[in-house]
Structures are given as C-alpha cells and as structure tokens.
Design a protein. Structure first.
Length: 240
C-alpha cells in the first residue's frame, strides 16, 4: 500500500446489496485484540456507506470492546432496495509494535450475502483500496498505470448462463474499463466499455450468452472484480 501515514487506517471498498430479496452483513472484529492481544483497548470503527452512484448515504460509528466480534447488518430502512459499496476504518490509541514493524491497520474481512433468507455466502476482501487521514478524508491506494493492463479471470463461467460482474471505484477520479468476454473456444462474444465514477458501484449482468472466459482492461494495476454466479437454487459470490 501507499498510505501517507503509518497510523492511518486502510480498508477495502466492500460491496453491499439490499435489492429485492438480497441481504448483506459484515463480520466486524476488534483488530487490535488480534494483532496486539497484550493491549486491552477498544476499537473505534467508522463505516462509510455509499450508494451505487457514489453518494455517501450513511455513516455508522461502532465501538468494539476488547476481543469483541459483531455482525453488522445492512437491513436499515434507508438502505432497503438499494446497493453500493462501503469502507470500514478502524481506529485505536495504542499501536504497540505495529509502527516499529512498519505495519498498519487494514480491514479486508468477510462480507456475507444471502437471498430469500437462505444460507449466507461469504467473500473475503479484495483490495487495500483506500485510507483515511486525520481530517476524515478518504483517498485511494489503488495503483494506476499510463497504459492499460489486462486482468484475466481465473475461473470459468461456463457452468452458468447467468452471472454478474461487480466493480467499484474507491478513488476520486473516473475509471475506464473494457469487458472482453469469450466463449468456450476463446471466440469473442462481447466487448463492452464502461466508465465508473468516483465511489460508484457498477453491477453488469450477463444472461444466456454462453460466456466462459473474461478479461478486463483498465489503467488499474489489478482490476479484479467481484463475480456473482446464479444457479437454479443457489448462488456463488467470489473474486478471482
């Protein structure tokens, strides 16, 4: 990461979805108790929730006691029917050996998703996406290049005719991406350009296209998406 201050907290830009019969939750734990168990202190957490078009719609402030773990549900009435992305920043007073070891606080924990009150499907954090400074200003940590780079998905989507590609933008600048999708014989099926504005979340659905392979071209060093694959009675969500 390229955080400007060793005491600044780092977070992924996590996806959330409360549309239709979807539910989201996040498993939040006192990070200090895990990395500095000898120090008995609270962990003050700020969660910044953005909707799909990059508007900050909610901020949650939570204090975790030592060794406490909490499940944060996104079932607030003002989030119903919406989707977007969120940051989770941790703050505590004592840093112990973290600073001398050049380590920082970073949240890349587990988000849970379910449909129609079924079983939860969990996915781990994807990136060290952004940091927050003393003035509560969020800035991106994602590396960019002058020339476009290509990210190649490592798993096939040939086992389903219905899947979604989820990308978000944790930076203050627009991100331009190109989806290139191939069939089983590596024949080009779809090429689609997309512009993702600051703090926005884009969910692109593909249905009945016989797609098996995906490439994403962008100016990000690693433009790795979240993939949601739908089956008859369940779904799978992952990054790869």
């Amino acid at each position: 990461n390229n955080s400007k201050n060793i005491k600044e907290s780092i977070s992924d830009f996590f996806f959330w979805d409360q549309t239709d019969d979807n539910d989201t939750k996040f498993i939040l734990t006192n990070i200090c108790s895990h990395v500095l168990p000898e120090i008995n202190q609270n962990d003050d957490v700020s969660i910044f929730i953005f909707n799909f078009d990059g508007k900050l719609i909610k901020e949650k402030n939570i204090r975790l006691s030592p060794f406490e773990t909490a499940h944060i549900y996104f079932n607030d009435p003002d989030l119903k029917g919406k989707f977007g992305s969120f940051f989770v920043f941790h703050k505590f007073k004592e840093f112990g050996q973290l600073i001398s070891n050049n380590c920082q606080i970073a949240e890349r924990g587990y988000s849970g998703f379910r449909q129609d009150k079924g079983l939860w499907n969990f996915v781990h954090g994807n990136h060290y996406a952004a940091a927050i400074n003393k003035r509560n200003k969020i800035y991106s940590l994602l590396s960019k290049t002058f020339f476009k780079t290509t990210y190649r998905m490592q798993l096939s989507t040939s086992d389903t005719d219905n899947f979604s590609i989820i990308l978000n933008n944790p930076s203050s600048n627009d991100i331009n991406v190109i989806f290139i999708l191939y069939g089983e014989k590596k024949n080009l099926k779809i090429s689609k350009k997309l512009k993702i504005k600051s703090f926005c979340t884009e969910v692109t659905d593909f249905k009945n296209k016989n797609i098996s392979y995906l490439e994403i071209k962008s100016n990000l060093m690693m433009c790795r998406p979240l993939i949601k694959k739908y089956y008859k009675k369940y779904f799978d969500v992952f990054h790869c």
